[in-house]
Design a protein around this ligand. Structure first.
Ligand code: AQP
Length: 325
């Protein structure tokens, strides 16, 4: 099965991005044809430093590799290196109803967050994302919960295209983990963990052990002292329980029993240990890859070439079907 997913080179990759998306990618890469890209064109829709963009892209490739992606299996590339993404996005813009875009939750959230920069790209972002997926005729898109609505829109656009121009695209489905599809902020557990929020609200993949411990020990928890999973009454502790469970493979029930009558402090201390140990190999590999600049470049070049073969074939078909050849 062909699978597509990506991450924007904004901020640093956090545990939410890892548990919601990257961890699934690692599991999928052996049995599937995987296409994973750095979504640099998407990153232009929110404020960014031009001088830092390339550095941030390299960091994301290193994060992919340190987390366990294998460039000999998965196609890893930079979105802007394959021009067909923007070409297909334009063509799909002519099919996508504007009302669909205006109701997207991420558009509403980001318009509120970036009041001084509500650019058209923020609105049409999901069309570019549909192009990212459809260009490779992907069947599945492993992402966190926040992207589910965009994948649903991709299905709508694919259906409309097929109806108007003839059967061309599959209707892709979202793939989400049962737990961890929406990790919440450590400082405000009612909000999702987000790269662009304050650093203490996220555990970054490469945070140093003392930073991780400090963030977890000061994470917002709920009144009471029982370590119990209850999303509505105890969103803070529930979020930490999900992290604990996913990183140790223990069930939430088991963890609740382990920390019965032990209180939040002891639970958080143990969680900090779990996270520090889990992420240690990532930190080590990152340092190793940072000394291999040309390797990252090589991966992106190889990925671009492999991605373009698929992208060019799809675009040839699309142009013919739309009558622009
Ligand atoms: N909190 C989260 N829990 C689980 N999955 C998450 N993802 C994002 N946040 C969480 C998933 O990570 C992948 C990459 O996300 P992105 O780079 O496209 O941007 P995003 O979804 O907008 O993530 P952020 O961290 O909130 O970034 P900024 O602050 O730059 O907007 C996606 O699969 C996403 O679902």
């Amino acid at each position: 099965m062909r699978i597509v997913s990506g991450i924007q080179p904004t901020g640093q990759i956090h545990l939410g991005n890892y548990l919601g998306a990257i961890k699934q990618w690692i599991d999928l890469q052996n049995e599937n044809e995987c296409v994973f890209f750095i979504a640099d064109l998407h990153a232009l829709t929110t404020p960014y430093e031009t001088k830092l963009l390339q550095k941030s892209i390299t960091e994301k490739v290193i994060a992919y590799l340190a987390a366990g992606l294998n460039p000999d299996k998965a196609i890893i590339f930079k979105q802007s290196d394959v021009k067909e993404h923007t070409e297909l996005a334009w063509l799909l813009n002519t099919i996508c109803p504007i009302g669909e875009l205006e109701r997207m939750t991420q558009y509403k959230d980001k318009s509120k967050k970036y009041k001084d920069n509500i650019n058209a790209g923020l609105l049409t972002y999901p069309v570019l994302m549909s192009a990212d997926i459809m260009l490779y005729k992907a069947m599945a898109v492993p992402t966190g919960k926040d992207q589910e609505q965009h994948v649903e829109l991709t299905r709508t656009i694919a259906r409309k295209f097929n109806q108007r121009f003839g059967e061309t695209f599959p209707e892709p489905k979202s793939m989400m983990p049962e737990y961890g599809a929406k990790l919440m902020s450590l400082t405000d557990p009612k909000k999702k963990m987000s790269k662009s929020d304050e650093p203490k609200s996220c555990i970054f993949l490469f945070d140093e052990p003392e930073v991780i411990t400090k963030k977890i020990m000061s994470a917002e928890t709920d009144s009471g002292k029982d370590v119990l999973y209850n999303i509505t009454k105890k969103p803070g502790i529930s979020n930490l329980l999900v992290i604990y469970s996913l990183l140790t493979k223990k069930s939430i029930k088991e963890i609740e029993i382990e920390f019965k009558d032990k209180g939040y402090g002891e639970f958080k201390k143990s969680l900090a240990n779990v996270v520090v140990n889990y992420l240690e190999p990532f930190r080590i590999k990152k340092k190793e890859f940072e000394t291999r600049d040309s390797y990252v470049k090589e991966i992106l070049e190889k990925g671009q070439a492999r991605a373009r073969v698929i992208a060019e074939a799809t675009m040839k078909e699309v142009r013919e079907k739309m009558g622009i050849i």
